[in-house]
Design a protein around this ligand. Structure first.
Ligand SMILES: Cc1ncc(COP(=O)(O)O)c(C=O)c1O
Length: 393
């Protein structure tokens, strides 16, 4: 077994070798600019991005022309939210979002707030859910956008997007969802789910880093937005800049693989996750956050451990295991996770809470090893707490 065991698939995933193979020719052999219309190099690159567009659209039930390529989910979120709000020229439009969204959404909303656009940050319940009545009551005649993530990156909590969409539709408000953690992991269908704008990222689904997409609905309703990057008018004037052809080819292949393997992979990972949880829960005083089975990603768990020293646990397990406390973007700060805080966890417990996320290349023996290493550390910490630094006998 290769150590440390990777248990942080929600932060990023390795590129699947099948994806890499597909990408390689597009670096130096088929290096054309997809916007070059006058020669075969350009046509070849454009054709490759068209195929990727189809593969990506197929995974989410969209039309290929509804896909706008970006540098990742963060850029796609910025384009979606700012692009929609700026489209209402002059008016100060209201946005509704949730306290547990990724920083990409929260900080984009904060930037708009500074420009005078009111934003409502909905609270969450202890399980990570939102109260749909509170959502509906937050809607005003000025509300332009509801932005609710599909699945949470820290807890794996899956939002009831269809129900949220029903509310948005009833009030003729656009629904945007950051589905970075859901696409390729669980079935997401923009038609069935009634989504108007959706963001996702290749590196979360075994594709390369630095490429993502924004789904923009073309019909019922036709959504328009203001570009945030101006230039050559690529991506139907929504996002200028030469396309990252190898990245996009990889993104497409990664989506195709997810479409074929997602359901069986999800079942396998849910079994591994359940096995991991049951081994640890046997120790008592361990709590799963956002544990509701109908509302969780199959491959992730967020666990609070009582009676341990969280900082020491990370340090002591680091040669064996790679897991995290919250999102990768916020893991450098010592601030307790705002997601868990919003769910009502006390700061002290947040400090002892970790997310473990499994993926395509996780094996049963790796997960068993992880459970064993963590169990031993938890026992050791609790023993030290009760009896001082004497070995467990
Ligand atoms: C829920 C969520 N949204 C957005 C992002 C940002 O994605 P990217 O790294 O592609 O900008 C991430 C990844 O960290 C995420 O987990």
């Amino acid at each position: 077994m290769k150590l440390p065991v990777y248990l942080d698939y929600n932060a990023t995933t390795p590129v699947d070798p099948r994806v890499l193979e597909e990408m390689l020719p597009y670096f130096s052999l088929k290096f054309g600019n997809a916007a070059s219309r006058t020669h075969a190099f350009g046509w070849e690159a454009e054709e490759a991005t068209d195929i990727a567009r189809e593969q990506i659209a197929a995974l989410i039930g969209a039309h290929p022309h509804e896909i706008v390529f970006t540098s990742g989910a963060t850029e796609a979120v910025n384009l979606a939210i700012k692009g929609i709000i700026e489209n209402f020229s002059g008016a100060k439009k209201h946005i509704i979002t949730v306290a547990t969204e990724h920083k990409a959404v929260l900080d984009t909303c904060k930037a708009l707030e500074k420009n005078g656009h009111p934003v409502t940050y909905l609270p969450v319940n202890t399980d990570g859910s939102i109260d749909l009545n509170v959502l509906e009551n937050a809607i005003t005649s000025n509300t332009a956008l509801i932005s609710v993530m599909y699945a949470n990156n820290e807890t794996g909590y899956v939002m009831p997007i269809r129900e949220i969409s029903d509310i948005a539709k009833k009030h003729h408000i656009l629904l945007m969802t950051d589905a970075s953690q859901a696409v390729g992991k669980i079935p997401v269908n923009v038609q069935l789910d009634g989504i108007d704008l959706m963001t996702f990222s290749a590196h979360k689904l075994y594709g390369p880093k630095g490429v993502g997409a924004l789904y923009v609905r073309k019909k019922n309703p036709s959504v328009s937005l203001i570009a945030q990057i101006d230039g050559g008018g690529h991506e139907r004037n929504m996002r200028s800049g030469t396309l990252n052809v190898p990245g996009i080819v990889g993104f497409g292949k990664a989506c195709e693989i997810c479409q074929n393997e997602m359901l069986s992979e999800g079942k396998r990972l849910a079994n591994l996750r359940d096995m991991f949880e049951s081994k640890l829960l046997a120790l008592n005083d361990i709590h799963i956050n956002a544990a509701e089975n109908n509302h969780r990603l199959p491959h992730a768990t967020n666990l609070s451990f009582q009676g341990i020293d969280g900082e020491k646990m990370i340090f002591e397990t680091s040669s064996d295991l790679a897991f995290s406390r919250s999102s990768a973007c916020t893991s450098a700060t010592l601030e307790p996770s705002y997601v868990l805080k919003a769910m009502g966890l006390a700061d002290e417990l947040i400090h002892n809470t970790f997310r473990f996320s499994f993926g395509r290349f996780s094996t049963e023996s790796e997960v068993e090893h992880a459970a064993e290493v963590i169990s031993n550390i938890v026992k050791q910490h609790r023993h030290e707490r009760n009896f001082g630094h004497h070995p467990i006998v």
